[in-house]
Write a protein that binds this ligand. Sequence first.
Ligand code: AHM
Ligand code: MG
Length: 338
Amino acid sequence: VGSEKINTDIITLTRFLTEEQTKHKEATGDFTLLCHALQFAFKSIAYYIRRATLINLTGLAGSSNTTGDDQKKLDVIGNDLFISAMRSCARVRLLVSEEEEEAIAFDEHPNARYAVMCDPIDGSSNLDAGVSVGTIFGIIKLPEGAKGTKEDLLKPGTELVASGFTMYGASAQLVITMKGGSVNGFTMDNALGEFILTHPNMRVPKQRAIYSVNEGNSLYWEEPIKEYVNSLKYPQEGGKPYSARYIGSMVADAYRTLLYGGIFAYPADKKSPKGKLRILYECAPMALVFENAGGQAVDSKMRRMLEVVPEHIHDRSGIFLGSYDEVQKVIDTHKKYA
Ligand code: AHM
Ligand code: MG
């Protein structure tokens, strides 16, 4: 090895969680245990995604989920892995999954204090082409005496104690943030089988000329969105137009936006007046990540995304998130129409 310096003081996710726990005197270790279970779910989903083509897991599973999408075999596996990890850690009372019509109540753990919201494999239309997909999660703490009913879940994102996502890309990248805390990014080291802290205290750049939106929907867009996107493409007085980047996996588009800056949008439109992405397990968890990284996230009515309260667990919303200044431009354009 010679003069090469080897870092022997590696911060794994496990170590990071332990250190976080010791910062909170009142902590019971329940949250840490729950995060360990999450970590296992991410590792195992990452493993199956990597093996998918080899062990014939791509393609449809022959069933439909609540919103009528065709389910992929991997959607089913990811969902099952996630549910079983959450059940077995015995710290989760309620679980909402994109793939399950009803919230799952773990009645065998009546005293568990947490509820988890997740999209086990988001962006799964990309799976067969080997394009990045991800898992999104949000965690809330149930109040003392909560009965563990659906109503306990219909809370705004301001109630999240933690959220984040894992992107299964060239490597598996885990981003996690806690309420009022910083955003930290970990990279899976397959040889060690550990997530390593590689991106401490992530900050989204204040601005960047990149926009990320499915422009195929522009026929259905409302006027303010049309004006805003046009202003990026046809800037005034010789300004440079923005670059377009759209992967079609929210996790991958959001991860790039977090690192490089810019804006990611999935607006509500005439075809989908409520938007496409789900509040509890897509919009709110991402909004907490971006706010804690110094960015902004708003819905199609330009309300702070974290304050939007769903009426049903699978409710959707329009969303704009990313660099502070880029999201501000959307807000300012909408003000002219108010
Ligand atoms: P999914 O949860 O069914 O995978 O759908 C969510 C995905 C997001 O990852 C992505 O941002 C968006 O849907 C892409 O939608 P579209 O194909 O309409 O551009
Ligand atoms: Mg999804």
